[in-house]
Design a protein around this ligand. Sequence first.
Ligand SMILES: [Fe+2]
Ligand SMILES: [Fe+2]
Length: 434
Amino acid sequence: MADQVRILCVDDEENILNSLRRLFMDEEFETVISGSGAKALEILGSGRDFAVIISDQRMPGMTGTEFLAQAREAAPEATRILLTGYADIEATVDAINRGGASRYITKPWNDTELLQTVKDAISSYLLRRENRRLAALVQQQNEELKEWNGNLKHRVLEQTADIRKKNGELQELIDHHQKNFEDTIEAFSNLVELHNPGVRSHSRNVARIAVRAAEILELPDPELKTVRVAALLHDIGKIGGPSTPALRDTVTQGTRDLTEYMQHPVRGQAAVDGVEGLRAAGVLIRHHHEHYDGSGFPDRLLRAEIPPGAQLIGMADFLEIGLRGFQGDNAVELALAELKKQLGSLFDPELFPAVARAALEVCDAFRAKSGLEEREVSSTGLAEGMVLSRDICSGTGLLLLSKGIELDADNIQALRRNYRLDPPKGGVFVLVRK
Ligand SMILES: [Fe+2]
Ligand SMILES: [Fe+2]
């Protein structure tokens, strides 16, 4: 049994060994005896554990002092006791000094005292053994914990890197879809303008003014996007109807044309309603011709019933068409004066300051580029940062980019692709510093 407690008694005199064996006979520990130090060392070398080693001092061959000194190496945990006569005081002191014995008992011994000494020695041995076992357990658990921590950290780092990578991929995908979505909106917007060649760039200009006004009014980001998409597509319902160049021209047209014209906001909303991502923009498209005083169409909405984004598009639309009628540096101011006349009837007076500031800023940005001179370059000579001085249309007349746009890597690439697919006649007109 692994937990069996043993003691080892060493003496050359058989009767002493027998006395000891008798003394310990009824105890719970096992008593092993040896007639010499040399044999006892062999027993210690056999791998069995001993709690206590009792050795006589006077033995032929190897003295108790010598034996216990060697036993210390073989069984360091055992309590070693020297049995000595009164005459062996020097040897006893020597044995204790050399560390071989921790106690001594003089012969003849008192049985009770010897038994108690052995029991105490066994208790302290068992305590030391338990201590050692617990210390080893703590050490082992510490090592396991350290390893587990190391593995956990590694796993967490690995998973974090994985999540970051997946997030990056997802963001790339989202950006890609967003870009596709925006390109599709631009393509639709181009189709609208292809249908009404007299108002080229109209939708883009309306979008610039309406979005800037919405920014000034601090509309939340998703609404800005909705305003932009709705402004680019506000007249998409004109496709399929008669060609009607501009809103204010239509009031002079016949009733039939006018009725047809008045359907374009509803038709526009219906056209985009199939695309879930465009439904919010569809509402603004439907209401971009509502009037503040309830005289507009298609639903004759009144004041706060009109979505602000739809009013901004309506005002920018009115302003953009008005700008086409004026020349010179104060064209914006003149167009704004016309718009101002419609406040309270067609448009919400509270939105006017934002629209006016937006229109001035958008036109200033364009004017700021007028300190540049125009030059025609081939599609291969385009560089980032160049500003278009004229609209660029494909060979079949589709507007690719409108004037005022600053070229970046993306639209240069798109232009070059278009130049291969549907080559325009000339080059690209850009503004460069004089
Ligand atoms: Fe319209
Ligand atoms: Fe319009």
